[in-house]
Design a protein around this ligand. Structure first.
Ligand SMILES: [Zn+2]
Length: 101
């Protein structure tokens, strides 16, 4: 198996899983319940992950994920601390870690 996607928001991970499934690509979600306990900051290590069962479909899966993420790029936001542009899929700045507001 191969990891193809990870996000702190499990709804987004499941959305990706559904999109891949619609294309006939089977995936497995791991760490589904690891992140986001009340009062805890989820860390990158415990983000839900999407794993591809059949690695021969990798190029196809990546093309679908890229297309979805390109769409999200259209709602990119700018960090208020460092001014960096962030993909809408990110809820914290990739550059300095500040939360999106
Ligand atoms: Zn920043």
């Amino acid at each position: 198996m191969k990891k193809v996607f990870s996000h702190e928001n499990r709804m987004i991970v499941f959305n990706m899983k559904n999109l891949l499934q619609a294309a006939g690509i089977e995936t497995v979600v791991v760490n589904e319940f690891a992140a986001g306990g009340v009062g805890e900051l989820p860390t990158f290590d415990t983000w839900p992950e999407l794993w591809l069962e059949d690695e021969s479909r990798l190029a196809e899966a990546e093309a679908i994920l890229r297309e979805v993420q390109d769409n999200q790029n259209r709602q990119a936001w700018f960090c208020r601390r460092c001014g960096e542009q962030n993909d809408a899929a990110f809820q914290i700045c990739w550059n300095c870690g500040r939360a999106c507001e």
